[in-house]
Design a protein around this ligand. Structure first.
Ligand SMILES: Nc1ncnc2c1ncn2[C@@H]1O[C@H](COP(=O)(O)OP(=O)(O)OP(=O)(O)O)[C@@H](O)[C@H]1O
Ligand SMILES: [Mg+2]
Length: 345
């Protein structure tokens, strides 16, 4: 059974259907990338999962329990790093973590018992007594991650955790996400395709509120016309091209170039839904052709993303470009995490 399941979930803001009958699920232990252009509905979906917003239709369940029927219990089982991590700017990092723990319904002794752990795990010892507004964006994200894992949630919802970070910070935060994601189930939204490849076992693509793709990166790429693969072999070009073309997992093979020494590069397209790399490596071994290179063409996931989301580039982008778009007023009992943005921090 899936740990997280959304079924026909709908969320409207006036005329805007931000989430339009979305159905997907996440199995225990998966790290799922949530991809979509600006305004696609990623943040809204995450706010529904974290009970900041209530759906207008459909059901969300965690471990078989519906969020509607078990709001308090399920809140503690989900850690959330919001997109515009509010992080009370004047608070000290340590105060903020304690504050967020209380908000989740943790007792003082439980918070104390957990704080050392999360501070060590996220590497924020040095900034623990510093005001959040003095921290670099990378450290703010670390503090945000620390509060997200305080209640030892089995599920982590991370909304664009590496947005706005420099390349070094990105690498650090990614590696930290891998650490805190171990033995957890993670849903991570991003615009960054590289991130999905590096971090996620599966990807869900949303566009204009609708789920338009769902699967492993390789399977998705392969499912849309087959995986595109670059092959370099020491082999007679025609024979190799023909042999690869005959593989059941291959739709077509073309020679890109042949050098004087007899080594050739080929572009191979998988049959629909297939990644032909295992077959090609077996073929090369069987024929005794030294295999110098065999890789998935990098552009594929980007291609797929653009193909699936291209039609909507207009209006969805405009709405999403608005700076400082504010979340709606949510009843405070529905908003364990972000309702505090309006608070007295
Ligand atoms: N509080 C709100 N009030 C009105 N409309 C909203 C609100 N929040 C989101 N929307 C609209 O819902 C749609 C989905 O927005 P959402 O923030 O979920 O997208 P997103 O995928 O997170 O985008 P981004 O990549 O820019 O963060 C957009 O059209 C947005 O303008
Ligand atoms: Mg967003």
């Amino acid at each position: 059974m899936s740990l997280v399941a959304l079924t026909d979930v709908v969320k409207r803001f006036g005329e805007t259907v931000a989430v339009d009958s979305a159905t997907f699920s996440i199995d225990r232990g998966e790290v799922v990338g949530f991809l979509g252009p600006n305004g696609a509905g990623k943040t809204t979906t995450m706010r529904l999962l974290t009970q900041y917003l209530e759906p207008d239709g459909g059901t969300i369940s965690i471990d078989g329990l519906s969020i509607e029927d078990h709001p308090v219990e399920l809140r503690r089982r989900i850690g959330y790093l919001p997109e515009t991590n509010p992080l009370y700017r004047d608070m000290l990092a340590g105060e903020y973590i304690t504050f967020m723990g209380r908000l989740r319904g943790m007792g003082a002794s439980e918070i104390r018992a957990r704080t050392d752990d999360v501070v060590a795990q996220t590497g924020i010892e040095a900034v623990y007594y510093r005001p959040i507004n003095q921290l670099s964006k990378g450290y703010r994200q670390r503090v945000g991650l620390a509060q997200a894992i305080l209640s030892q949630p089995e599920i982590l919802i991370l909304d664009e955790p590496t947005e706005g970070l420099d390349p070094n910070q990105r690498v650090e935060i990614r590696s930290l996400i891998r650490d805190v994601g171990t033995d957890r189930t993670v849903l991570l939204s991003t615009h960054v395709m590289q991130e999905v490849r590096k971090t996620c076992s599966r990807v869900v693509i949303i566009n204009e509120g609708r789920i338009v793709a769902d699967g492993s990166v390789d399977a998705l790429v392969a499912g849309h016309g087959g995986a595109r693969v670059i092959v370099e072999l020491d082999a007679p070009a025609d024979a190799a091209m023909e042999a690869m073309g005959d593989l059941p997992s291959v739709a077509r093979a073309d020679t890109l170039e042949t050098d004087a020494g007899g080594r050739s590069r080929f572009a191979v397209e998988g049959a629909s839904g297939e990644d032909p790399r295992p077959d090609i490596s077996r073929l090369a071994a069987a024929r005794g052709w030294p295999l110098w290179e065999l890789h998935l063409a990098q552009a594929s996931l980007e291609d797929l993303f653009h193909r699936l989301t291209a039609e909507s580039a207009g209006p969805a982008d405009e709405t999403a470009e608005e700076p400082g778009r504010e979340p709606p007023d949510a009843p405070s009992d529905e908003a364990p995490v972000e309702a505090t943005e309006e608070g007295d921090g």
